[in-house]
Design a protein around this ligand. Structure first.
Ligand code: FMN
Length: 385
């Protein structure tokens, strides 16, 4: 069947494909997105190990996915101290900026738009990645996770608490990385402030035991986040700066406690006042039953935070065509981010449009090297659409 005829068919969700909310255009700051589909940030470990420069392979991989309304890159280390996961890229040297320029040029040539995700891993790094030096964080609390080193996954260690000068330097490193991102041709940046990484380590009462102005109550623990935002806004227009943040329930000291939700509410309410490009928020990836986050399960996350953030909200985790369309139609999200589905489906946008089946991920090649399981997943041939 010719593809043009397909646009007038009813998809399997019973929605006329030509009018799926996911396929309506959206204005994000100065960017015109042709659809509401965002490629979520995905660490894939294909950068050069020695100098953390993104490769031509990465340019090819992202360009293959340029039909997304917006791409958010994998986490990109803002500085040598921010680096903490083997074979991931950076954005602090001129060689890295040139490497990213190749990526942004390829994505733009393919008609796409791309943001750099700014990442500081804090205590998730490891002495093996830092010439023997301890990773830096808010306090000396072992996050009780696994670090990804060149030799594989190893237990995390108790990090070294940052001095005030190191915090000041870290804030400046975020600003430099944001400036470098714009020099590299990115359409903006996204600050990674959730999961288990540095900013989350400051926000979390269990990993931030500081008694100075960067610790203590909620306002103190969130101080570094706003300093980072403000330092970046000195370099980049707010319409190009977004944040990935939200409450999570993970293991060890990252288990949700009775301050996890109040902290997220406070941080997101304050972020709402900066006129930022977007908030990317994850629904639950773990079972919240019996935790203080239980009411946020499923769509509860978006229902809860939608009224708190007065800007573009990007909803993520376990999205599919039906759910994405519904969240937009119900006003619970403006954009919808897909992570895992983009790994094996470079043409995910077309598959969502037509209701074609999705290819399965080969997990053995997700965190690997080379093109296999990275840039060699095929698009569906027109005949099979
Ligand atoms: C292989 C892989 C790598 C990821 N890397 C990152 C990352 O670098 N930064 C980030 O914020 N989230 C990262 N995530 C989380 C995804 O962005 C996304 O939030 C998560 O996969 C849930 O969305 P999904 O259900 O559509 O996959 C990663 C997830 C996966 C599966």
């Amino acid at each position: 069947m010719p593809r043009s005829a397909r646009t007038h068919e009813f998809g399997d969700a019973g929605v006329l494909t030509a009018t799926q909310p996911l396929f309506t255009p959206y204005r994000l700051g100065a960017l015109d997105l042709p659809n509401r589909i965002v490629m979520a940030p995905l660490t894939r470990m294909r950068a050069r190990s020695d100098d953390h420069v993104p490769t031509a392979l990465q340019a090819e991989y992202y360009a293959q996915r340029a039909a997304a309304g917006l791409i958010v890159t994998e986490g990109v280390a803002i500085s040598p101290d921010g680096f903490g996961w083997a074979d991931t890229p950076g954005l602090w040297t001129q060689a890295q900026v040139r490497g990213w320029r190749r990526v942004t040029d390829a994505v733009h040539a393919a008609g796409g738009r791309i943001l750099a995700q700014l990442w500081h891993t804090g205590a998730m790094s490891h002495p093996d990645l830092r010439g023997g030096a301890l990773p830096l964080s808010a306090s000396n609390v072992d996050p009780e996770q696994r670090s990804v080193t060149a030799a594989g996954r190893v237990p995390t260690v108790a990090p070294q608490p940052m001095t005030r000068d190191e915090i000041r330097q870290t804030v400046a490193d975020y600003a430099r990385a944001a400036r470098n991102a714009m020099t590299a041709g990115f359409d903006g940046v996204q600050i990674q402030a959730n999961y288990l990484y540095l900013l989350a380590q400051f926000l979390n009462r269990a990993t931030n035991r500081r008694t100075d102005e960067y610790g203590g109550e909620i306002e103190g623990r969130a101080r570094i986040l706003f300093e980072v935002v403000e330092a970046i806004l000195d370099e980049v227009d707010p319409s190009k700066v977004g944040v990935k943040i939200g409450p999570m329930h993970e293991t060890g000291p990252f288990a949700a406690n009775d301050e996890t939700l109040p902290m997220a509410e406070y941080a997101i309410r304050e972020l709402s006042g900066y006129g930022l490009s977007h908030l990317l928020i994850m629904g639950n990836t773990t079972d919240f039953t019996g935790t203080p986050l239980e009411p946020l399960m499923g769509d509860g996350m978006f229902r809860h935070f939608r009224p708190i953030f007065r800007g573009t909200l990007i909803a993520n985790v376990l999205m599919d065509r039906e759910r994405g369309n519904r969240l937009i139609a119900e006003g619970l999200a403006d954009l919808v981010a897909f992570g895992r589905p983009f790994i094996a489906n470079p043409d995910l946008v077309e598959r969502l449009r037509t209701g074609a089946p999705l290819a399965e991920i080969d997990w053995t090649t997700v965190y690997a090297s080379g093109p296999k399981g990275y840039s060699d997943y095929p698009a569906l041939q027109p005949a099979s659409l």
